[in-house]
Design a protein around this ligand. Sequence first.
Ligand code: PLP
Length: 492
Amino acid sequence: MKDFHQYLRHEESLDPTDWVGLRQLAHQALDAMFDLHEGIHDDPAWVQPTPEAKAAMTGPIPQQPATAEAVYANFQQNVLPFPKGNIHPRFFAWVQGTGTPMAIISELLAAGTNPNVAIGDHAAMYVDQQVINWMKEMFNFPSNASGILLSGATMANVTGIQVARNSYPGLEVRKKGLQQVEQQLLLYASAETHSCVQKAAEVAGIGEAGIRYVRVGKDYRLDIDHLEELLAADRAAGHLPFCLVGNAGTVNTGAIDPLEDMLRIARREQMWFHVDGAFGALAKLVPEYQTELAAIEAADSLAFDLHKWMYMPYELGCLLVRDAEAHRKAFALQPNYLLSHERGLAAGPDPVTNFGIELSRGFKALKIWMELQYQGLDKFARLIRQNIAQCFYLGELIEAADDLELLTPVTLNIVCYRFHPAGLAADQINAVNKEILMRLHEEGIASPSYTLLEGRYAIRVAHVNHRTRSSDMELLVKETQRIGQDVMNEIK
Ligand SMILES: *Cc1c(COP(=O)(O)O)cnc(C)c1O
């Protein structure tokens, strides 16, 4: 027999005994975050973590308590000085958003109220629904469409492709699994498609072999003729094309696939048309991109991020699905412990878990719910257009410079360029540019990232940064040239 009575004599909790002290520390921490954001223009773009800071992350699990002040001091000393830098005005790496001061507040409130936004009759469920409805409105999806907030576009793509597979007529994959399907299920996407679509295909059980990578043209957009060729050959071989994925802004170059043509083909072939619009879909808010991105409105599903071009802090992605019934049928389960009631806390909206894999989920919706009220959607449209304008400007600066080369035409918010002095072999040019990139980082000047375009090392600016000014682009160009010259002098 286990006797636990003795443990009831001194009951405790994780709440502080000293609320005053912790409250003071909380105010100090909040001030530190606002100081950080307010002063970010004067900070270096990146500071390498010191050996001491890294060593501070190698200790054993603490068994005994420390004071709150000591814990905070550890953060101040070993974490705060070495940020990734994506809130900095010259952060342009990968495609990573900046966050906002208002969202600092909403993340605090989300953590403080700490609802599990999976099930139940409580305000957070309605905030979540409201945000999904706003997202539908933003992309002109029908009001009876469905959606789910997820950790990011990866999970949104995984979830969308899962719906495509589960709702394919006649297969009953949820019930029977894929082993019963005789034909090979095939998903089509351009060769420039983000790697998370391959993960999605793997999760969907069709594997890498189930993906047909369609060639891209010189503009990095999917080649429609090649898509038609592949489809014809696969049909002739008795395979089952079930899903076509269109890119609204590829990660490498920002290319927008010919979505209208792809939509037409998907309809003709009775394939699910899914759009990965991780960041690029948001350009639909800008009038100049309405036509190019119009097909998004007719897509069966759309994956996009709010932590990229809606500037929200991590993590926040979204999937919209035109056919709410298909979406629900792809995931809904009703175990005894999750049955909705008519009244009481267990009433309320349809449990969110009926629309995705996850059960427990945080209050992701609050930050975007508060930010959209605070700024208004128009502000976001203006900022997105401002980012695009800054990229076109950067492209012009690069083209005007003798020693720089623009590697792809600027079409959206990605600029790929390199330092290109005369008289160097291809591999030397690549090495020089890699060196330039590392020094841009190490000197704290700016944080672009990199890619390889047909074997050419590109310094890559992916711009979803609301703090950037044109002068930051000018500085990036000047410093690339300066460092490039330094490296050339060292080689000689
Ligand atoms: C970033 C990105 C993804 C993955 O999104 P996460 O939010 O990082 O999971 C998918 N597709 C494209 C085009 C992206 O840029």
